[in-house]
Every structure is written in structure tokens, then in C-alpha cells.
Ligand binder design. Structure first.
Ligand SMILES: Cc1ncc(COP(=O)(O)O)c(C=O)c1O
Length: 466
């Protein structure tokens, strides 16, 4: 049956049959119902729309009288074939964008920093565990769950966090959420949007946008080679600071322990909060591991944020935050009214994945794999560009920054790369004031080693540096 699903309003001044006739007329004029299409029988449409046969009859009569429909004896009602150009009262429709054959469609190698390796994702295990989450004895999972997230999953995350990042917490301090931005939004409400939030500059624009959209005041704090500058933070008037100490986003430096201690001291002196976003702390290629700020903190001033977007897959949308007891108390008192944003089924599957040790073995496999990709990338950059390029932030994570010795700005570098089928990314969106100069962002997690080498070779061709 052709689709006829009007919204009919019995309180409207127009009788129902006119509303239905007008709807069908618009569908014919817009081409969604085509000439020679057969309309459903009166009885069928009456059952389908739950309105009386008389209303359908009157609407069809009206459309026949206006010439939109014709009745064929013993066959039914059909849309009349007429020249659609003569229907001048056709409504303006929102047209979908014409399919542009833009330069984007030629992209062969995409150095997107949000992508991870999908070839080695354990599909079979994930599928098996997903099916287990759907077993009948799990039927309670179809009901709304705990606003904080599934208790079993929180227990598992807590245990893993302590082992891998030195984060000390109880499962009751954990809140699960569908992505970092959604958690930042909730956190801003818990901390209070009347506070001033200090942000790294350059820094993660998605955090800044959420805070500003919620009406919080933000201040941009410059970085030095160790990360956020404490001197500037002190004079900013802020009492909350958001940082990415394991791998500064986007510049990639790892905050040394001395700067971490200074930051914790700032929080203690100002009765402030530090939001530690440890988005890809699992991947480190050089240097000793440095404990998380949360693990070093003795004043309950750190909120720890983590995600499975880098260590598993970004589309699963499972991230989490660990709140210090004071903020947890506020959450329990005022914010459990916000329902959990992650599907209980995904949470349950992830719980099984963690409990059975698959996450740990996946992570170990990925660490080796990304280490290989990383050294291939570094080698290719050295081979093709030598001294013409400096690499920034290469000690950990799944992206690096390239500083190119050239007069070309970021825009020119990106468009020249696109011309040879390579997509590289701007840094300017992460800066609040100044421009990054001749620098671009390069993610490598989603590319194979061959693609990485080809991509760098093509970049050399595109930028034709002497
Ligand atoms: C700085 C930063 N934080 C967090 C994330 C992860 O975000 P989500 O948990 O929403 O996937 C990313 C991902 O690219 C990031 O760059």
C-alpha cells in the first residue's frame, strides 16, 4: 500500500475529509504519490487511519471532483496522469543538497584523529557477548536502569582504572555517560555554571563549546612545554580547570609530575576543581608512566574523565567520570533526575567484555599495533621530510602535530593535501586567539602501515618542499 500517514486534527476548523484530501493532494503534487499509483481501498485506509469510512469516501470524492483521482470500474482509484508543470500552487519543498562531486570524494588517505583501528576489533567476541546480554534471564535490561550507569559495569571500570591508571575510587563515585561532552554538561551543572572554567589554549573545543552553551564563563590559559601554565591560571580568577595531562589535546605534551603537583597545589589553595580528561592515556610510546592527577590527589579536588572511544570503538559511546565525594553528594541530591544516556544492553556487553579479560587483551594487542603504526609514521616523516618538518607530541596517543618549515598556512597545506587525495586536519579550531601558523594535526589510529607511508609520500608531493 502506498504510504498515506497524515496528521489529522479534529480541533482544526477544516473538516477531517478536507484535511485528508489536502494531504493526499500535496503528496501527489510533490511527486511522492505518482501518476497511475493505486490508492488504498476506502475500507483499508479507514482501518489504517482509524477514521470513518464516510470521511475517506468524502476525501476521495473531493479528489475525484478536482481531477486528482480517477475511478476505474472494478479496479479501484488511481492517480490521474497530468502535466505536473501546470500545478502552480505546489509548496516549496526543502531540497536535499545536490550531490557535490567535491574534492572530498577523492580522499584516499584520511589522517582523522578520531578514527581507531577497526581491523583488529574482536567482532566475534563482541557479537557473542551481545547475544548473551539479550538472553531471556536478562529481560530486566529492557527496563530503565540506574541513572549513574550499571553497577556491575562500574565495578569493572573501577578495578581496571586502578590497575591501569592508578585511579582510586569506589564504584559509587563513577557516572557513566554517552560521551565526554554529555558528561561535561552534567559536570558543569553539578559544579555550578556560575564558576569560571579555565581551559587549555589550544585545547579541546568540544568541551569549551558545551560549557559556553550552558552559560558558564571560560578563560583561555596558555601552555608551555609542560602543559597549562600555573602562573596564568593563578591570575585568571578561575576556580575550575579542565586539562588533558596524559596527552595534551591537541599539542600532545605529557604533563610532568612537577607540573601535576603544582596544579594540585593550585586546587588546594583555591578550593578549586581539576577536570582531568584522560581520553587516550592507554597509549604511551616513550618515557615512564606518570600517575593520573586523580591518583596523586589527597584533597578530593580531581574529577577524572575516561572514555572507551580510543581503547575500544568510538561509536559505542561509553565514557565515564569519577567524582570526588563532595561532588558525588551534590549529584545524588539534585541530579539523578537525569536518566542514564547509554543503552543498558551496551553497558551489559561491555561489562562482560571487561569481566572476561577481553578488554585487557584487546588493549595489549592495540598497544603493540599502534606502537608499530607510530614508528612507521615517524620513520616515514623522517625519510620523506628530514629536517623540513618537526613532530610535536609524539610520545603518546593516536595523533601528532606536524610543524612544517614553509610559508604556507594551515589552509593552504590542507587544500594542497586534498588535491593529492590526503586529508589532514586544522589546528586553528582549537585556538581561542592566535593562529597556529604552519601546523596541522595528523591522526594515524585508523590507517594501516601501508596507508601511513603512502599518505606521507603524497604529502611530500603535495607540499613540494625544497
Ligand atoms: C580531548 C578529548 N577528550 C575526549 C575525547 C573522547 O570523546 P568521547 O568520549 O565523546 O568519544 C576525545 C576524542 O577525540 C578527545 O580528543
Amino acid at each position: 500500500m502506498i504510504e498515506i500517514t497524515p496528521v489529522l486534527d479534529s480541533k482544526n476548523d477544516k473538516p477531517l475529509y478536507i484535511q485528508l484530501a489536502n494531504y493526499i493532494k500535496q503528496e501527489i503534487l510533490s511527486g511522492r504519490i505518482k501518476p497511475k499509483d493505486k490508492l488504498p481501498s476506502k475500507r483499508r485506509l479507514s482501518n489504517y487511519l482509524s477514521i470513518s469510512l464516510n470521511t475517506i469516501q468524502s476525501a476521495y470524492d473531493q479528489l475525484c471532483a478536482e481531477g486528482y483521482l480517477e475511478s476505474k470500474p472494478r479496479k479501484g482509484l488511481y492517480v490521474t496522469h497530468f502535466d505536473r508543470d501546470i500545478n502552480l500552487n505546489q509548496p516549496t519543498l526543502v531540497k536535499s543538497e545536490p550531490q557535490q562531486k567535491s574534492a572530498e570524494t577523492k580522499v584516499k588517505i584520511d589522517f582523522n584523529s578520531g578514527k581507531v583501528d577497526l581491523e583488529h576489533f574482536p567482532y566475534a567476541i563482541w557479537k557473542k557477548l551481545t547475544i548473551q546480554s539479550l538472553y531471556e534471564d536478562q529481560a530486566n535490561l529492557f527496563n530503565i536502569g540506574d541513572p549513574q550507569g550499571e553497577q556491575l559495569l562500574r565495578e569493572q571500570i573501577k578495578t581496571q582504572l586502578f590497575a591501569s591508571r592508578g585511579v582510586r575510587c569506589s564504584s559509587d563515585q563513577l557516572i557513566i555517560g554517552a560521551g565526554t561532552q554529555s558528561l561535561i554538561g552534567l559536570l558543569c551543572l553539578i559544579i555550578g555554571k556560575e564558576n569560571i572554567f579555565a581551559l587549555e589554549n589550544p585545547g579541546y573545543h568540544r568541551t569549551r563549546i558545551v560549557l559556553e552553551d550552558l552559560g558558564a564563563k571560560t578563560v583561555a590559559i596558555p601552555l608551555d612545554e609542560d602543559g597549562i601554565t600555573i602562573q596564568e591560571l593563578r591570575i585568571s580568577g578561575a576556580n575550575v580547570v579542565y586539562v588533558t595531562p596524559s596527552h595534551q589535546f591537541p599539542n600532545g605534551m605529557i604533563m610532568p609530575i612537577s607540573r601535576r603537583m603544582e596544579l594540585l597545589k593550585w586546587a588546594e589553595e583555591n578550593k578549586g576543581y581539576i577536570i582531568e580528561d584522560d581520553y587516550d592515556g592507554e597509549y604511551r610510546y616513550k618515557g615512564k608512566p606518570i600517575p593520573s592527577l586523580q591518583g596523586l590527589d589527597v584533597n578530593e579536588s580531581v574529577v577524572y574523565l575516561g572514555t572507551f572511544s580510543k581503547s575500544l570503538i568510538p561509536s559505542i559511546r561509553i565514557s565515564y567520570m569519577v567524582l570526588p565525594p563532595t561532588l558525588m553528594k551534590r549529584y545524588k541530591e539534585h541530579f539523578t533526575v537525569y536518566k542514564q544516556t547509554v543503552s543498558r544492553l551496551h553497558q551489559d556487553t561491555l561489562y562482560r567484555f571487561l569481566k572476561e579479560g577481553h578488554w585487557e587483551s584487546h588493549l595489549n594487542k592495540m598497544r603493540t599495533l599502534y606502537r608499530k603504526k607510530h614508528s612507521t609514521l615517524m620513520l616515514a616523516i623522517k625519510d620523506y621530510f628530514g629536517e623540513q618538518i618537526s613532530v610535536i607530541g609524539e610520545k603518546s596517543g593516536l595523533h601528532i602535530v606536524l610543524e612544517i618549515r614553509t610559508n604556507m598556512d594551515e589552509h593552504e597545506l590542507i587544500s594542497k593535501a586534498i588535491n593529492v587525495g590526503v586529508k589532514v586536519y586544522p589546528l586553528s579550531i582549537y585556538y581561542q586567539r592566535e593562529s597556529p601558523g604552519s601546523r596541522i594535526l595528523l591522526g594515524f589510529g585508523g590507517l594501516s602501515e601501508d596507508e601511513i607511508v603512502t599518505g606521507i609520500r603524497l604529502l611530500k608531493e603535495a607540499w613540494s618542499l625544497i
